[in-house]
Design a protein around this ligand. Sequence first.
Ligand SMILES: NC(=O)c1ccc[n+]([C@@H]2O[C@H](COP(=O)([O-])OP(=O)(O)OC[C@H]3O[C@@H](n4cnc5c(N)ncnc54)[C@H](OP(=O)(O)O)[C@@H]3O)[C@@H](O)[C@H]2O)c1
Length: 215
Amino acid sequence: MRVGIVGGTGDIGEGMALRISQVHEVILGSREVEKACTASDTCHLTLEGKGLPCTISGVCNQEAVDRAEVVILAIPFQHVQGTLASLTGLGGKVVVSPVNPLARKEAFLFTPPPEGSAAQLIQKLLPGAKVCTAFNNIAAGSWKALDAPFAHSVAVCGDDPAAKELVKGLVSSIPGLTPFDAGPLAVSPMVEAITPLLLNIARFQKMRDVGIRFS
Ligand SMILES: NC(=O)c1ccc[n+]([C@@H]2O[C@H](COP(=O)([O-])OP(=O)(O)OC[C@H]3O[C@@H](n4cnc5c(N)ncnc54)[C@H](OP(=O)(O)O)[C@@H]3O)[C@@H](O)[C@H]2O)c1
């Protein structure tokens, strides 16, 4: 599968690239091609140093969209609208949102837009795209810690059954991840709201990279 990561130079993008590029072709995007190439080279060197496979290239965000079958939007919520306005060709694509709108006050709080969730806003902005949530509740540190145990449940929401199956397939192809069909995109506020809960648990218990497992 060709997986594009828009904002692939960030915390979560870098972590996702390290694990996804071992299994799929990753097309890592950035607003700056040079930054994307540096992130792509770093990923390649890290995996090569461990004797692990890696298929990755660094490109601009638009090329990541153009070349990918599945596009992951690994950008902060406040930049979603501007980023989507700067890109073309997302209509008809499977678009994965790991985006969680949250604020840090006395605790981490879920701060969704009027549409209900980041994913629902993205679907409204990209009416032709097949938007699914996935990977919302896995900390970047956990993605990056290649030598640590990695076992997470991934709630997948979406309104297009075929797109949801594709995303579930992507999730289950990554060792340590188990997809769970959480229903339509209307459920995505609940999935996104889990993340500030995890961050609060981590903060108040002095834990790191808290995740979830459904059983
Ligand atoms: N971090 C986590 O542990 C975690 C866990 C689960 C979900 N998430 C979600 O994943 C998303 C990304 O999180 P992150 O921590 O990786 O974010 P981040 O590191 O702060 O930023 C990710 C990338 O977004 C791009 N970006 C920054 N400002 C931008 C702007 N003004 N316009 C367009 N693009 C911009 C940058 O890429 P370029 O400069 O290369 O363009 C940056 O590397 C968020 O929505 C977050 O809720 C994060």
